[in-house]
Design a protein around this ligand. Structure first.
Ligand code: TPP
Ligand code: MG
Length: 634
């Protein structure tokens, strides 16, 4: 069943479960091999408000806390170092708050679990906002701690405490967090942390924010507070569908001539993965998946008809047009997808009967329109997608006796011939194109246990197949460029003891905006391989300038102006090396890239982190599909 949001101290995939409680912590004494081990802390007594809060986090078994320090939480910081011994949680220091959040985002992508983050007062929170928005749009759990004040003006230090105090810290991010609180005592902080953890771990997941008043942190404790029984504050499982909804879905899907399953968000759980396969096989349904989300279905399965994509193609449209019943499982933007594939407008519905399973509407507010256009549904179901699949599989299995049905009669449009190497004539500068980079990467990494952490926009979806929930970890959620390096660090940390090789392919714009996230990987010895698909451009936006020029009858050859990151080209390998990582490049062709990848894999297998600056031509491997009624589509 659902792996998401159930327990407070379950095993994280590939890692030994941390032992719980103060007993396991063995009272603060740091070990010699521990990274950032504090000295001379002895056997500290719980004496301050923030000691009690830190103790609760230790009991909740958080292995790390991702942060940038600041005086607003100096009490809490001291408690983690000198009371907990910087263990369970251990601090992951970042060079920017955006990365502190992105690391927790990456962690949640792999584990389906929240990692604590600490952000300094208003200014640290301001820096963290875009990454919080990304995490919000990606519907990942995250427990963000902030700090304020002291709220009591009488306790404030002149100037600095005043500019870093606000009357409502959570207001800055309230429109894209699930919940926030400012508890004003230790028991209130306990209640707040338990509630925040429960809420963030309950589907639909999203970050929560808890602001710790400086006064509460720094107050002396008269006595040790009562600690809650954590087993009694767990998150509930995602709701299951009603029997009627399951029966109706089974009727429609089993009677359909061409049932289509649009698999959107789902857990990283292997059991959920297998149930999705069984269900699709017993329905004889076609499946499509979306590269914005982590892998949810084997993409080389015969029922997975076309390659996973960031945006639909004419072939996607051909599949959608043929379906007579469509089961939508938490797809990011069903109405937008139909608008592009079926060329229909807002509040127009496909002919096919639609079952739409999603809990996402519980998060829809109004400030952000990340809820996307309103989809039509003949059977709307408020249930967790994997709970729904488990229930439907049982019913379908009863009716089919568990037998697979042959794949329904979809006409699968022929795949276009592999894209020819086409240099961008306007400013061709040699090198490979993205297709050649993709083919070389996949060929070189063939046979290894790879987790693709991130793939760039324009990636040819047919270059690779995903066969396990950890084979691909999706995109950034909110389209906030600069998140790639930080998310990669978090994913790689969570994958550390799984035996997998984490590989991130990011754009040069994404890399350079977020490049100093990599120091956290160097310091904490987090192995992964990063290939920068370096077209020396914010190329995505060149496509927009080209379109503007064409629409306005102006010279499209100027699309590069204000976009290119060249002359001088930045030495990306030097940026990585300067932070203590191994790196090489520029590499200019597929052969050199393969040789670089070989060296990179060896470094990663020996516990290092490796960055390759791969110079590519501008241009995407796949054409983007547009919708004529929507000026922004495509
Ligand atoms: C924070 C932020 N700033 C600007 C943008 C607009 N934008 C979208 S994609 C993009 C270019 C990204 O460049 P790169 O990572 O090199 O990828 P490429 O487009 O070249 O493939 C930009 C600037 C954004 N989405 N987010
Ligand atoms: Mg670029």
């Amino acid at each position: 069943m659902q792996s998401q949001g159930r327990t407070m101290a379950t095993k994280i995939k590939g890692k030994p479960a941390a032992k719980s409680g103060a007993k396991a912590r063995g009272k603060a004494q740091a070990t010699a091999t521990q990274i950032d081990a504090p000295a001379n802390i002895g056997n500290p007594r719980m004496g301050w408000g923030s000691d009690a809060i830190a103790e609760l986090l230790a009991r909740m078994d958080f292995p790390y806390i991702s942060l940038v320090p600041g005086a607003s939480y100096r009490g809490f910081h001291d408690s983690i170092v000198n009371y907990l011994g910087n263990k369970n949680p251990r601090m992951l220091v970042n060079l920017h708050e955006e990365h502190a959040v992105a690391v927790a985002h990456g962690w949640a992508k792999v584990t389906d679990k929240p990692l604590p983050v600490a952000l300094h007062s208003n200014v640290g929170l301001m820096h963290g906002t875009m990454a919080i928005f990304n995490a919000w749009c990606d519907r990942v759990p995250m427990l963000i701690f902030g700090a304020n004040g002291p709220v009591d003006a009488n306790e404030r230090r002149p100037w600095i405490d005043w500019i870093h105090s606000t009357s409502d810290m959570g207001a800055q991010i309230r429109d894209y967090t699930k919940w926030d609180d400012t508890p004003m005592s230790v028991p209130a902080a306990f209640e707040s942390i338990l509630r925040g953890h429960q809420l963030t771990s309950t589907q639909p997941c999203a970050p929560v924010y808890i602001c710790l008043d400086a006064g509460v942190q720094e107050k002396k404790l008269d006595e040790q507070p009562e600690f809650p029984d954590l087993t009694r504050y767990r998150a509930a499982e995602a709701p299951a569908p009603s029997e009627e909804q399951v029966a109706r879905s089974a009727d429609w899907l089993l009677k359909a001539k061409r049932p289509l399953v649009m698999l959107g968000r789902g857990s990283r759980d292997e059991g959920d993965w297998l149930r999705r396969i069984k269900l699709v096989e017993q329905l004889g349904a076609a499946v499509i998946t979306d590269m914005h989300n982590p892998a949810v279905f084997p993409t080389n399965h015969p029922n997975h008809l076309i390659e996973p994509r960031f945006r639909p193609s004419p072939r996607s449209a051909e599949i959608v047009k043929q379906a007579d019943v469509i089961l939508i499982l938490d797809w990011l933007d069903p109405a937008g997808y139909f608008a592009q594939t079926l060329k229909i407008g807002l509040v127009e519905a496909p002919q096919a009967k639609i079952i739409n399973v999603s809990l996402d509407s519980y998060l829809h507010r109004g400030w952000s329109k990340d809820h996307q256009a309103l989809p039509a549904a003949d059977l709307p179901v408020l249930a967790g997608t994997d709970s729904f699949i488990a229930a439907l599989l049982e019913e379908v299995g009863r009716r089919t006796k568990g037998k697979a049905k042959s794949l329904s009669a979809f006409k699968v449009p022929a795949a276009p011939a592999a894209a020819k190497r086409a240099l961008d004539k306007s400013r061709a500068r040699g090198g490979m194109n993205l297709r050649e980079l993709a083919d070389a990467t996949v060929a070189e990494l063939e046979g290894k246990d790879i987790s693709y952490i991130k793939l760039p926009l324009g990636w040819p979806g047919d270059a690779i197949s995903f066969n396990h929930p950890l084979d691909y970890l999706g995109h950034d959620g909110g389209g906030g460029v600069g998140s790639g390096p930080g998310i990669s660090v978090g994913c790689a940390l969570a994958l550390k003891d799984t035996g997998r090789i984490p590989v991130a392919l990011v754009g040069d714009g994404d890399f350079m905006m977020g490049s100093n996230a990599l120091w956290t990987a160097a310091h904490n010895k987090i192995p992964f391989l990063m290939v920068v698909c370096n077209n020396r451009s914010y190329f995505n936006d060149e496509t927009h300038q080209e379109r503007m020029a064409v629409v306005r009858g102006r010279p499209p050859e100027n699309k590069w102006i204000g976009q290119r990151l060249d002359e001088p080209a930045v030495d990306l390998a030097a940026i990585a090396r300067a932070q203590g990582l191994d790196a090489e490049g520029p590499v200019w062709d597929a052969g050199a890239l393969r040789a670089a990848l070989k060296r990179g894999v060896e470094v990663v297998e020996n516990g290092g982190t490796y960055v390759i600056d791969a110079r590519i031509d501008t241009g995407y491997a796949e054409p983007m599909m547009t919708h004529p009624g929507n000026r922004k589509a495509g």
